[in-house]
Write a protein that binds this ligand. Sequence first.
Ligand SMILES: [Fe+2]
Length: 270
Amino acid sequence: MPIVLQLSDPHLLQDPNARLREVPTRQTLHEVLSLAFERCAAIDRVVLTGDLAHDETPATYVALEGLLRTRGVEALPLPGNHDDRGAIATAFPRVAGAGDGTIRFVDVIGGWCLIGLDSQIPGEDAGRLGPDQLEWLRQTLATHVGMPTVIFVHHPPIPTGHPVLDDMGLLDADALASMLEATPWVAAICHGHIHRAFEGRLGSTPVLGAPSTAFQFPAHPDDGPFEFLPPGARVLHLGSTLRTEVIRLPRLEWLPRPKPKPGESTPTAS
Ligand SMILES: [Fe+2]
C-alpha cells in the first residue's frame, strides 16, 4: 500500500539556524521528516504543498532538495504564494514544470493517481488555477478515468473559516468544483496555506488541510496570530480507500507562546 507524506508550508530560510516567527523552520522540517519515517514503514512519495522557501532564494530550494534526497524518497514540489517557480524548477529538475512556467505533476503509484496543481499568482497571496491548467486537469482526469486520485494544491478550494486567509483562497474554485462533479474517483483535495489540519468538502469531494512543518495558524484570527500546536504533516495511506492521519512533533519549547492578556499569567507548555 503506497504511503504519501504531505509536507506543507515549511517556510525555510537560507541560514539553517534562522528562525521565522520564533520557529527554527529548517530544524522543525528535519524533525517532522524524521518523525514520519519513524512512524511509517516506507514512504513512497513526499508531496510539498507550497511556501517552501520563505526567502525564495535558490540556495534554500537546493537545501530542501538535498534534505529530501538524503532520505531516498521522490519529492514532488508545488509552489505556494511564498515561492519562486524558477528556483523550484532548478532545484528539482525531475519536476521542472509544464513548459509554461507552472510547476505541476501527475504521478501514478500503486493504482493511485497523484495530481499536483500550481495555484500561484506571482506577487499575490491569493491563488488561481487558470483556464489552461483547468483544461490540463480535465484531460488528466479523463486519461485516468476511475483511478482513485488525490489532488494536491497550495490554496484551499473552499473557505476554511479564517476571514483573512479566506480572502486569499483559490479564486477559481467554482470551476474546479464543477469539473469534480463528474469525477467521483477523486478521493480528496489536499492543500496547505492555512497552516492547520482541516477537513471540509468541495461538493462531494473531501478537502483536507495540512499543518505547517513550522508555525501553526489558528482557526480564527480572534484566537491570535498563532496556534500553540507543534509542527506536523499529513500522511496518506493509499489502500482500497484513502486513509489519512495528521502527525505532530511532541516538542513545544521553541514554539511561539501566546501573549498573555491583561491580568493573565503566561501559559506554559505541557
Ligand atoms: Fe504558508
